[in-house]
Design a protein around this ligand. Sequence first.
Ligand code: NDP
Ligand code: GDR
Length: 361
Amino acid sequence: MKKALITGITGQDGAYLAELLLAKGYEVHGIKRRASSFNTDRIDHLYKDPHEQDRDMILHYGDLTDASNLIRVLQQVQPDEVYNLAAQSHVQVSFETPEYTADVDALGAMRLLEGIRLLGLEKKTRFYQASTSELFGLVQESPQNEKTPFYPRSPYACAKLYAYWITVNYREAYGIYACNGILFNHESPLRGETFVTRKITRALARIYLGLQDCLYLGNLDALRDWGHARDYVRMQWLMLQQEQPDDFVIASGEQHSVRDFVDAAARELGLAIDWQGEGIDEKGINPANGKTVVAVDPAYFRPTEVETLLGDPAKAKEKLGWTPDISFEELVREMVRLDLEEAKRDELVERAGFRVNHHQE
Ligand code: NDP
Ligand code: GDR
């Protein structure tokens, strides 16, 4: 039985990857952070009580800022594959927490690679680094492929640039089977609520039911290449199954704006959108035209923005047989459907007199 260690197992990708690896018969180990409340929502369906004998998913407390902890876990697990998905992954938040973001996202990757080396696991343990299209930042050519020059535009992207190169360096210096997946944005119903896609589907579902008034967004013209996380974690696994380690761009090759995403989600719900954001009544409707208002709040603008990203996944198509199964429209539909279910649950809870979380970040 192969053993995998996933950092960031409680996040969006960690949950889909754990599910995939368990289905393939792996023993899956994950690192979770200590939190003051339960933080395993996304993997609870895979979780078995520690007292059960036949557990195939085992969680270890840890943190990417703690080298001794990482080395201990690596030593204990002796993994065949390490997937380094843990990160402070929010671009805008990285402007507010640049040092912490660098510690986790840059040095965290180095700590794991150095742990593999110190423990003499260079020949045994394969390493996947969650690299990102944010490396391209202020894009130098379009579409972007593995040879496109990097131009990071945030503390997050600068930290991920270090992680990218330290992965390449440990591959070249010590012969570790280490790969970078340069993944473009991928979303799902498990996406964190403060990333723009989930923020949109969650807000529109709640507006539809009258639980929320208005959707506030930042840059509506930002262009992204959005895919489904379930498709993308398959590529993470495939990258570690090749004869030679390599770096790959994973993208859909299709581009949409934030505005397009709102329109697609609104269509699913039959909502008409008023983009002016003027004359909002207490229900978030413009009384002049009866449409749902989407307003721009400059608080969501970033000091330096990544305006446009579009990936060219030709290399992954050729060498990994990359074919995403889920289209943009199917992704939006699934996210809207599940956020509508969640909003209906909130509506019931609220009607029963209990408080629900109305955060809109
Ligand atoms: P999420 O934000 O959903 O998950 C991040 C995970 O990292 C969570 O499990 C989180 O734990 C954990 N984590 C954060 N800080 C630490 C720390 N200091 N020590 C240990 N664990 C930590 O991200 P995604 O699943 O969306 O992304 C996975 C990876 O892929 C990230 O590295 C991200 O930067 C990268 N990426 C993502 C893309 C996307 O579009 N989703 C595209 C390209 C790259 P907790 O649950 O406790 O917060
Ligand atoms: P991104 O994702 O920065 O691409 O990073 P996000 O969904 O946060 O932003 C995408 C684009 O939408 C614009 N935007 C808003 N974004 C947020 N979060 N909230 C808003 O209200 C809003 N309004 C407009 C942003 O300015 C941006 O242009 C994600 C993360 O998963 C990273 O970890 C990963 O590396 C990259 O994708 C690829």
